[in-house]
Design a protein around this ligand. Structure first.
Ligand SMILES: [Zn+2]
Ligand SMILES: [Zn+2]
Length: 194
């Protein structure tokens, strides 16, 4: 449960993603999504959303982007012209969502371990979305702990925002990381689509 030094592998356990100030579920989803973009041959897809298609084209090895783009072209040419394109969900979004559900389940199981429970109750961070998802899926006493973590996070961020505003009004620069942390709390880490 130390500060992260090496990049996380796509199948890293939740304890490797525990760090102060960041939601570990978001961190693991980002690591998983980065792995997809780096090695798309391992994650075949016939349909990709705007975000994932552009990530593939912009950041994946070009030779690995080719078969996916070819599958997408075939998939869309096989559709009848009156079939709404929106009916075809992005394969990578679906895979990332499955990973998210697995990691939420793992977090819920880890809450039964004293070490994990103590660490997260003292230092834990969860974004609003993952906090809510966890509360829905765990027993009452665990849901209460998660609720406390999320409300402590919210309270800290409100204080940081007030301090930030005062600094900005005084004409000071810097400290903009606060806005990023608040945004992560509100909508999850950057690049995780819903
Ligand atoms: Zn999160
Ligand atoms: Zn997608």
């Amino acid at each position: 449960m130390k500060a992260q030094t090496a990049p996380l592998t796509p199948d890293a356990p939740i304890v490797h993603a525990l760090a102060r100030g960041v939601c570990p579920i978001c961190t693991l989803m980002r690591a998983f999504q980065n792995a997809m973009i780096e090695s798309p041959r391992l994650y075949p897809a016939k349909v990709l959303c705007n975000f994932h298609a552009w990530s593939l084209v912009g950041a994946s090895p070009a030779i690995e982007a080719v078969p996916i783009l070819r599958s997408m072209l075939h998939e869309f040419s096989a559709m009848t012209s009156d079939e709404p394109v929106e009916l075809h969900p992005c394969d990578w979004c679906t895979t990332v969502r499955e990973h998210e559900s697995e990691k939420l389940g793992e977090y819920a199981r880890e809450l039964k371990r004293d070490n994990f429970r103590e660490w997260v109750s003292q230092y834990g961070t969860l974004c609003l979305f993952h906090g809510r998802r966890l509360m829905e899926g765990v027993p009452q006493s665990d849901a209460e702990l998660v609720r406390r973590i999320v409300s402590t996070n919210q309270h800290d961020l409100e204080n940081q925002l007030t301090a930030f505003e005062a600094r900005v009004r005084r004409g000071e620069r810097g400290g903009g990381g606060v806005l990023g942390h608040i945004t992560e709390y509100l909508v999850s880490q950057r690049g995780l689509t819903r």
